[in-house]
Design a protein around this ligand. Sequence first.
Ligand code: GLU
Length: 485
Amino acid sequence: MTAPRVRFAPSPTGSLHVGGARTALYNWLFARRHGGTFILRIEDTDVERSRRELTDQILHAMRWLGLDWDEGPFFQSERSPLYREAADRLLAEGKAYRAFETPEELDAIKKAGEAAGSAFRYDGRARAIPKEEADRRAAAGEKFVLRLRVPDETLVVDDVVQGKAEFPAGALDDFVLVRSDGHPLYHFTVCVDDVAMGITHVIRGVDHLPNAPKHVALFRALGAPSPVFAHLGMILGADGKKLSKRHGAAGVEEFEAQGVLPEALDNFIALLGWSPGGDRERMSLAEMVALFSLERLGPSPSRFDHEKLAWMNGQYLQEIPAERLVALLKPFGVPDCDADVLVRAALLHRSRARTLVELAQSLAIYGADPATFDEADLRKFGKPGIAPLVRELAERLSATEPFAHAALEEAARALAAEKGIKLGELAQPARLALTGVLASPPLFEMIEVLGRETTRRRLLAFADRIADRVKEPGASAPAVPLKDS
Ligand code: GLU
């Protein structure tokens, strides 16, 4: 294969969503796999709906996903001369013609069609206007649109994913290329650009498949071969309906804000319609490049499973080098503690987190002592009677040398054994005292990271807090005293 030239051509009328990101990713993978060129083209001819901030967001999202482009971004809004030139050429060659129907006349055609039970179809009546007459009417200022003279032949869309489809002569009407105000329309600009940019493969969502015959007709008129088409299967939500906002986050920047890692999102999105073979799932961009092929794209829809993405993100979180992990966490807010504590805490807590947001939240305990406790937790693990035991634990732990998890656990076990209780009876109140909640990473590893002083301070404060509970209204009845306290 000669080096392919592919493009990602988003319309900046919305931010980059999962479907667009997948299109970009597949084009990028294909280009990188074959030493080709990946072009970024911003299709902003819809002036009312296109917004510069959305273009910036799309570019940001692509950079974030690691999808660098080789040419562009090209803005269709800056390429009007090219479209005008192509329109003039098609007109001069007789491949397009001017049609002068007024909106009222078109409406009448539409109504007649509806009466006959068919959708709007332009009947090609302006084809018959002699060139000189059309020139004269245009020169006199009469309004016209430019329509493609769709060839009277079968049009073949040969799609490597969806298969081959034939459209018999007459299947398409002579569609509009340029509006009466001179504004070039979508199908026209896409094809003019694809030809000008030497695009060899068009990889895009299946929602564009109905456009493909029009594009085939246009490529033919423009005197260029059709590129290879690959229309990607739809992406559905968990309920089997087309993926949308209703299904939760669907925009790349939303996932970024949730603390999803770009490599996890790339990996996850890559599998929505492509399979590298076998049951291989986890892949870096470089590995995907080595394995990517259009032949392994599937035509059927894929389901976007948020749970699976969270799981995959959690897997990626476990492997990030410490320094990068901390850097990634910073935008989500990190506790005000020693840099060393932060690194150790992040490494300790990450096995329980699935996103950077979750991880950042779990690290808050390294910045501030717990301020409140859940009443139900206190009823269970904060009975006033155990205050002395918690105090004793504080003293034992703070006297432990070295202040490392194995020695700390040994000290706690020894205390539990002396009191004739199970370690858990000490561990749960300690966990609550230290974190404010009952779920935490392995207790003694966490205590090691929290450090001697913090551990002692929190345990003692907790002991005071629960000892006072006897006086609090709503506190449970006096606890059963512990065996030998
Ligand atoms: N601009 C179109 C879109 O955002 C893509 C056109 C194409 O890929 O041919 O859906």
